[in-house]
Design a binder for this molecule. Structure first.
Ligand code: HEM
Length: 211
């Protein structure tokens, strides 16, 4: 990700910024409202212009080095829909997770699915990023933010160490070395271009590789 593309203009101001800000990925052309942590973790969210009844989102999650990055679509860790990702050589391994306990979260299954967006998924010399269409990822059971929320908190967590089985999307992970919650202004994530961007998603071609 070319960090200087962010509206803040410079890498230095971005690194200091904890408030999500619009960022356009140079490769995919998708604009996300993006949170950037000083560790290198980032999480960006894109949503359709019309919130009513929407269940889908496009997300980009990334980091630096070989460790894992995680987000909670519900804010906290427990009983929320979590997304976990890490690089494995030139590929990204990812999974949905959920847990009732403060321990390595198990893989979660449900109606939610993710389909990678190839032109926004890459590993380069400075960072890695995984971009995907997340369908039915806005749930109504309290495990995620709601479609009509305006400023929900999204959780993040990371550990700079790779998971023990980095080729296995169900690998356990060590506890995060940094975590927190960030308020996302969803109006900055909404775009009329959402339907164009969602068409970039592959129909789960990499599903066997994703948990
Ligand atoms: C062995 C693995 C893990 C353990 C033992 C663990 C443990 C904990 C604990 C004890 C807390 C409460 C805050 C603290 O005392 O640090 C917490 C918060 C949190 N964890 Fe985990 N966690 C693990 C993995 C994960 C993963 C994989 C994710 C995301 C995919 C995650 C996301 C979060 C979030 C979002 C919070 C809330 C942060 C906040 O409210 O400020 N955790 N975790």
């Amino acid at each position: 990700m070319k960090l200087y593309n962010l509206v803040t203009g410079t890498l230095a101001s971005l690194t200091a910024a904890q408030t999500p800000a619009p960022y356009t990925d140079a490769k995919s052309g998708i604009t996300f409202n993006t949170f950037q942590h000083s560790s290198g973790l980032f999480f960006g969210l894109a949503l359709p212009a019309n919130a009513t009844g929407n269940t889908d989102l496009i997300a980009t999650i990334g980091g630096k080095g070989s460790g894992w990055s995680g987000v909670s679509l519900g804010g906290g860790m427990l009983n929320e829909l979590l997304i976990l990702a890490w690089p494995n050589s030139q590929a990204i391994v990812s999974s949905f997770r959920k847990t009732a306990n403060y321990a390595s979260p198990a893989v979660a299954t449900g109606t939610f699915t993710k389909s990678s967006i190839a032109n926004g998924t890459y590993v380069n010399s400075t960072h890695w990023t995984y971009t995907f269409l997340c369908q039915k990822c806005i749930q109504t059971d309290g495990t995620t933010f709601q479609a009509t929320d305006t400023a929900p908190s999204i959780g993040f967590a990371l550990n700079s160490n790779a998971p023990s089985q980095k080729t296995n999307p169900a690998s356990s992970v060590s506890k995060h070395t940094a975590q927190g919650q960030v308020v996302f202004d969803l109006s900055k994530a909404r775009s009329e271009k959402f339907n164009t961007w969602r068409a970039y998603a592959a129909p789960n071609i990499a599903r066997s590789f994703e948990g």
